[in-house]
Write a protein that binds this ligand. Structure first.
Ligand SMILES: *Cc1c(COP(=O)(O)O)cnc(C)c1O
Length: 369
């Protein structure tokens, strides 16, 4: 069997090869039922078992407490930027902490449905450091506080979720965890709602995961579309409308893959976290020690998942990317709003892929010396 290239895409992103192979093997006939998963009724016993297994596996992997509901929706992270205020704002004020491109979008979208208070922003430092929670100007009585816990474009990550109660707010915390879900454990005691598109770290595009505390259901604004009312979605076990069945199946295979992962005594998401820390350290240490490449993000909030970096001589960008492609290192071009390069090191990226990237970066630098 040929070795596949290493794919550093920010999303849709690489999936574990074992998962793709299992899906291929089951494409025409799932478990001897004579149908592929795409061809099944979402209300039949076969698909119902796939969906409930996926939900149970995810609950176990992320240690989601019983008072939270797990919803599989459609529309991606961007639709949730509207669906969250439609369900949670009650038409009042919401706090948003702007830390990069994604939370900035969330603030703009929420302002269609609620009054938005930008409680803090790191625009002044070019989205390279997180504003300390103690400096946030949270408004008393807001419906929720929104953060993006991993800014995919700017490469900034909250390594600890803010404790809103300690900051004097009793509002629920909403996190957009699209690009680091399942890369590390979640402290649910600090969260009211978490959402994320699947296409970064869980499966194919088309499924959106929402984990929401039970008491936050049932407060949707009258204009909220029924298919986007969390109460309706939860009451119908994510099958009020036809769910993205194949995407749920693929995410379910990924959850089973995650459950099989081991690092020493660690399993599942804890094993992934250990591996992700090692992968990120390898690349950041190399970049920091080099005079040729640079990452501008403050060290205490560098993302383990998305690592933007720049060549000091930007005229070499195209040559760098072409050489990378030749060596089977794919999709390293940075986001258009930031430029340079970006390496996304999601769960499916093995340490060997990061090592291959670092080896290439060292070699590229030498050929120009
Ligand atoms: C990719 C991404 C989104 C957008 O997801 P869509 O599925 O394109 O709507 C939102 N937030 C974050 C943090 C992302 O990484």
């Amino acid at each position: 069997m040929t070795v596949r290239p290493y794919n550093f895409s920010a999303g849709p992103a690489a999936m574990p090869e074992e998962v793709l192979q299992q899906a291929a093997a089951e494409m025409l006939d799932w478990h001897g039922c004579g149908m592929g998963v795409m061809e099944m009724s979402h209300r039949g016993k076969e698909f119902m078992s796939i969906a409930s297994q996926a939900e149970n596996d995810l609950r176990e992997l992320l240690a989601v407490p019983a008072e939270f509901r797990i919803l599989f929706m459609q529309g991606g992270g961007l639709a949730e930027n509207a669906i969250v205020p439609l369900n949670l704002s009650r038409g009042g004020t919401v706090d948003v902490v702007v830390t990069g491109g994604w939370s900035r979008k969330s603030a703009a979208e929420a302002s269609k449905y609620a009054l938005v208070n930008v409680a803090a922003s790191n625009e002044a430092n070019g989205h390279t450091a997180l504003p300390a929670p103690a400096t946030w100007r949270l408004k008393p009585g807001t419906s929720y506080v929104h953060i993006c816990s991993n800014e995919t474009i700017h490469g900034i990550e909250f390594h600890e979720l803010p404790d809103l109660r300690a900051l004097g707010s009793d509002a629920p915390l909403v996190i957009d965890f699209s690009s680091h879900v399942a890369s590390r454990p979640v402290d649910w005691s600090r969260v009211g709602l978490a959402f994320g598109g699947a296409q970064k770290n869980l499966g194919p595009a088309g499924v959106t995961l929402v984990v929401v505390r039970e008491d936050l259901l049932g407060h949707a604004m009258p204009i909220c579309p029924s298919a986007f009312d969390y109460r309706t979605v939860a009451d119908n076990a994510s099958m009020y409308n036809t769910p993205p069945t194949y995407g749920i199946y693929m995410a379910g295979l990924t959850f089973q893959w995650l459950k099989r992962q081991r690092e020493g005594v660690l399993t599942g998401v804890a094993a992934m976290e250990a591996r992700n820390m090692e992968k990120a350290r390898l690349l950041y240490d190399f970049i920091d020690a080099s005079g040729f490449y640079v990452n501008k993000v403050a060290k205490n909030c560098r993302s383990r998942m998305n690592i933007p970096f720049f060549l000091h001589d930007e005229s070499r960008n195209e040559a760098f990317l072409a050489g990378a492609r030749e060596r089977g290192l794919l999709q390293l071009k940075g986001h258009k709003s930031v430029g340079g390069m970006r390496a996304s090191l999601y769960n499916a990226m093995p340490l060997a892929g990061v090592q291959a990237l670092v080896d290439y970066m060292r070699e590229f630098e030498k050929t120009l010396a």
